[in-house]
Write a protein that binds this ligand. Structure first.
Ligand code: SF4
Ligand code: SF4
Ligand code: SF4
Ligand code: FES
Length: 977
């Protein structure tokens, strides 16, 4: 009998996502089929140990056997790596062939007859294992991998009981350990030189930090140039640690605390990639985070943050008791949850009684779950009685929501991450994926190594363009603030040279809008020859780039905050959509408009109705029919006027009409622009309620502190940049006794609007009832499918991986006129340089989490990058303290001279509060959404010898506020476990 299987569901019995998500540790490791899935339309049928199976042509004998549940011993093979054939342990016999070929490197062929077991094969395997073990320490009982070691397993599998060779001969047992990486140790004496680590670094991560030095017996794993791991090119993603079949590369926490006992599947709480992880636990302690092999966003890979930087969750700086005070000049008093909630409710109600209903508002968190965010906006609309709700997306991707809704009819990206594997030309605009979206970057690099074209539009050279074996076709080093002139020039070339996709435009776009736009874009003012003085991009290079995007089968655009955080952020998003529509690059795999969203749940917080003008599912508060639906369900009247945006709240606070703010999981004092303005607003408030896990910069201005819960302490869902709803599962009890959704319920109840949910799944059920794009979503379905990409409803019962395949939510897509308007923020004699900001791999956003981990080893301060020419003009050397002044304020950072920068442009990150990067940024903002123009600030830079006045004041204020904590935490924050 032939066991047929469908390649699409290959291994599905073993790899099902619908398994129990809280498991005894050993049950969670999905079966390793030895070699990767091969996709082929042609099938071959072979017989292995007398059983027949059909597999796609090109599948290895090892994988075919594994699919029949026939286990062939292996050491160097793994199904996430190309086969290598070095250990020979997987030898088999094939009828009609000489010798014993390695099953991992032998493709299955039609009518092949394979034997995986006989006396001869067993003898060979035992001999091989004996050689391995003779150069391996025999300390299994005390080894951290004992019980989780493939070498040990294989010795057992081949029946090796004793080794004939002694340890007297030459061996590697004295090789020194490399403990330089703060999270894992390299112990070369245990290395079997299987090369899985080297291949994982190359094929999975795409960093190529490891190599095999030497030959034969002398071969050893090396980080190159005699570097240790920390000083090498290694980015600490941990793929090699995961790949290592022995304990040669091992997590320090496992070495110190032993192997985990159970595992819970959950989702990373850092970036918008939304990687799935197995939180492997001992009791209530996380021992390690292992990226889930069946994670649909990450396929078993992760970056340093998700895999290793989780110690902040149990850091001693966590505040786990509610606190209140009447004024920020007073010490905090610890109180019960009941008292804190009553205090906050009384203050907020008192403010409304005195200043009116609209004098208070709230900010939802893009770090919290969908369910928590939904509850906060519901509390604001129902209990506060106004629409003064906003979220951090205001300061990052609000132009994405606006621009994509206006052109494509939906406020979200169009693709899955996996779609990039079908792209022929990838355009990356204003994004730095290797630092900000690292797991997506690894996938992208894989596609680029396969030969896809790469165009990068960025004022700065980013690492993606210098990745090993990646060809950067065009770097378009545009000047900050000129995005729209650039995107218009791209579109002009395509129209000018007749490269548009006429059939797509005819069928899928509003023709009148297109004709109008075509006339607009055809004007000579958009020609690259006429914009090159504005953008700084060579006209011919831009023409070549436009052709490369327009003439391939699949062109895909990925963009980040370098697109949105501008005074024309919304215009630029629409310009990108125009370009994709013009070339027909929408509605299938390999193409699309892909915003790389920043925080873990920024997509979700927008979906959940955090904006002042939109109820959940982007349903406008001014639409009577839609609003009535919510009013009926919530049993409360909802204001039909949009409320205040974050910048409006700040302005109103300074004006005296806005007096109370509830801020959950968002550090506006550090992250929002023009810090002086933000601080003035916060100090004007009569009641600031902050809910967070640490005393962040905003909490230092607060009157009520409600302790938050980390992602490890609650159930819920996050939605990633691909619209993928992923489950977050509680692995430990909330340290403060309540998950965030429970605290919001308590506050709402105290304010007089009753909420009574027993579990977040009930909140999701309510979301599904009220939000057309979520009607098919439930926890049960999420458990069955692993994750769901919205829209998920009757038309798309298992979700929508690729958007706009047949039509657009608005029927036909529309082109938008995107006239370039120069920002007011221009370099001049007083401020001759342009400052632009961004992120770095090891730190995350305001750094509240990563600064409390060993990630500090890589980036313990923000620095200012400056081009050698600008540095020389100012007599600046590397490491000098530089005063950076703009019309908003000034701060001091250390200099780093680098040719990454173009002359006239400087760059910094904003991960450390004392840096004051946002003291310098201005309150210029996007015309449509008020998203701040972080990416363009005219500055002057000069050598100085002391911190700025703001930095000195911030230091004093911070230390005063820390002294106000009930249990004073002395000295610098200690590093997480
Ligand atoms: S470090 Fe581990 S994965 Fe790398 S070659 Fe040695 S045993 Fe293999
Ligand atoms: S941790 Fe990642 S980057 Fe570093 S050597 Fe291992 S695979 Fe390569
Ligand atoms: S890529 Fe993003 S989601 Fe994935 S592990 Fe890293 S920080 Fe977490
Ligand atoms: S597993 Fe096939 S040669 Fe190592």
């Amino acid at each position: 009998m032939v066991d047929f299987y469908d390649p699409k569901s290959e291994g599905s019995a073993e790899n099902s996502s619908s398994q129990n998500h809280d498991n005894a540790f050993n049950n969670t490791v999905l079966k390793d089929l030895g070699t990767p899935l091969v996709e082929s339309k042609e099938q071959v049928t072979l017989t292995i140990d007398g059983r027949a199976i059909s597999v796609p042509k090109g599948t290895s004998v090892m994988r075919a056997a594994a699919l029949l549940n026939i286990t062939i011993p292996k050491l160097c093979a793994s199904d996430n790596l190309e086969s290598f054939g070095s250990c020979r342990l997987c030898a088999v016999e094939i009828e009609g062939r000489k010798g014993m070929p390695a099953s991992c490197t032998t493709p299955a062929e039609q009518d092949m007859q394979v034997s995986t077991q006989n006396a001869k094969i067993a003898r060979l395997r035992k001999n091989i294992m004996e050689l391995y073990i003779s150069d391996h320490p025999l300390d299994c009982l005390t080894c951290p991998s004992n019980g989780d070691c493939e070498l040990q397993d294989m010795a057992g599998a081949v029946g090796l009981r004793e080794v004939r060779y002694g340890f007297d001969g030459e061996n590697h047992l004295d090789a020194a350990k490399d403990k330089s990486n703060p999270y894992f140790t390299f112990e070369p004496s245990k290395c079997i030189v299987c090369s899985r680590c080297v291949r994982a670094c190359e094929e999975v991560q795409g960093t190529f930090a490891l190599t095999i030095d030497g030959r034969g017996f002398d071969s050893k794993i090396s980080t190159g140039m005699d570097n240790d791991f920390l000083s090498s090119d290694c980015v600490s993603c941990g793929a090699c640690v995961q790949a290592c079949p022995t304990s040669t590369l091992m997590e320090n926490k496992v070495i110190d605390q032993g192997l985990p006992e159970r595992s819970v599947t959950t989702t990373c709480a850092y970036c918008g990639v939304g990687c799935s992880f197995e939180a492997q636990m001992k009791g209530e302690e996380v021992i390690r985070m292992v990226p889930a092999k069946d994670g649909q966003a990450n396929h078993g890979h992760s970056c340093v943050k998700g895999r290793f930087a989780f110690g902040y969750a149990t850091h001693q700086d966590r505040i786990t008791t509610p606190m209140v005070r009447d004024s920020i000049d007073q010490p905090w008093q610890e109180v019960s949850w009941e008292d804190a909630i009553a205090f906050a409710a009384t203050k907020l109600k008192g403010i409304q009684a005195k200043y009116g209903k609209d004098s208070i508002g709230g900010i939802t968190s893009s770090r919290c779950t969908n369910e928590e965010t939904y509850l906060v906006q519901k509390m604001i609309r129902a209990a506060f009685g106004n629409n003064n709700t906003d979220t951090c997306a205001r300061v990052c991707h609000s132009p994405t929501g606006f621009g994509l809704k206006a052109t494509l009819g939906e406020s979200a990206g169009t693709q899955t991450f996996d779609s990039v594997m079908k792209a022929d030309t990838v355009v990356v605009i204003g994004a730095n994926p290797t630092d900000a979206h690292p797991v997506f970057a690894s996938l992208l690099k894989k596609r680029l190594r396969q030969g896809a074209n790469l165009i990068i539009a960025d004022p700065r050279e980013i690492d993606l363009g210098n990745s090993p074996h990646v060809k950067l076709n065009h770097h378009l080093p545009l000047r900050p603030g000129t995005n729209v002139a650039f995107i218009n020039a791209m579109a002009h070339v395509i129209v000018d040279e007749g490269l548009e996709d006429k059939a797509f435009i005819d069928q899928r776009c509003q023709i009148e809008a297109y004709q109008q736009w075509r006339t607009f874009i055809s004007d000579a003012r958009h020609a690259p020859e006429n914009t090159q003085d504005i953008t700084g991009i060579d006209a011919e290079e831009l023409r070549q780039a436009a052709r490369l995007y327009a003439t391939v089968t699949n062109g895909a655009i990925y963009y980040g905050l370098g697109v949105t955080e501008h005074s024309q952020g919304s215009s630029m998003v629409m310009g990108i959509a125009n370009l994709a529509l013009l070339t027909g690059n929408i509605g299938r795999e390999g193409v699309g408009v892909n915003p790389l969203r920043g925080q873990n749940n920024v997509q979700g917080s927008c979906d959940m109705g955090s904006f002042p003008h939109e109820l959940p599912g982007y349903q406008h508060v001014g639409n009577d029919e839609l609003r009535t639906k919510f009013e009926d369900h919530w049993q409360v009247a909802i204001d039909n006027e949009p409320g205040l945006r974050i910048p409006n709240m700040f302005d109103a606070a300074i004006d005296g009409s806005f007096k109370g703010l509830y801020c959950q999981g968002e550090d506006i004092a550090q992250s929002d622009p023009n810090t002086h303005h933000v601080e003035a607003a916060l100090t004007s408030l009569e009641c600031l309620v902050v809910q967070d896990i640490f005393l962040n910069e905003t909490a230092k201005f607060a009157h009520v502190f409600l302790p938050g819960s980390s992602f490890l302490e609650k159930d819920g869902t996050f939605t990633n940049a691909e619209r993928r709803i992923n489950r977050v599962r509680k692995v430990m009890t909330p340290l403060a006794g309540k998950a965030d959704w429970q605290a919001t319920m308590a506050l709402s109840n105290a304010l007089g609007y009753e909420m009574n949910y027993q579990h977040p799944s009930e909140i999701m059920d309510e979301i599904a009832q009220l939000t057309p794009t979520f009607t098919g979503v439930s926890y049960k379905k999420l458990d069955q499918l692993g994750s769901i990409q919205w829209p998920c409803n009757d038309n798309n019962p298992i979700g929508t991986p690729t958007m706009h395949m047949e039509d657009f939510p608005i029927g036909k897509a529309t082109f938008a006129l995107t006239e370039y308007v120069a920002t007011n923020e221009r370099a001049n004699r007083k401020f001759p340089l342009l400052l632009t900001t961004g992120r770095i791999l090891s730190q995350y956003n305001v750094g509240a989490q990563t600064r409390r981990t060993e990630n500090q080893s890589w980036h313990d301060q923000d620095i200012l990058e400056i081009h050698p020419h600008d540095a020389q003009e100012r007599g600046i050397q590397d490491g000098d303290n530089l005063g950076i002044s703009s019309r908003a304020g000034n701060t001091v950072l250390a200099a780093k001279i680098t040719e990454r920068m173009q002359p006239g442009v400087v760059y910094t990150t904003f991960h450390h509060p004392e840096s004051g990067a946002n003291v310098v940024t201005t309150d210029n903002s996007d015309w449509a959404t008020n998203c701040p123009e972080y990416k363009v600030t005219a500055v002057q830079v000069e050598k100085v010898s002391a911190p700025s006045k703001w930095q000195q004041r911030q230091k004093d204020f911070s230390s005063q506020q820390e002294n106000f904590l009930p249990r004073k935490r002395k000295g610098k924050a200690h590093l997480g476990s």
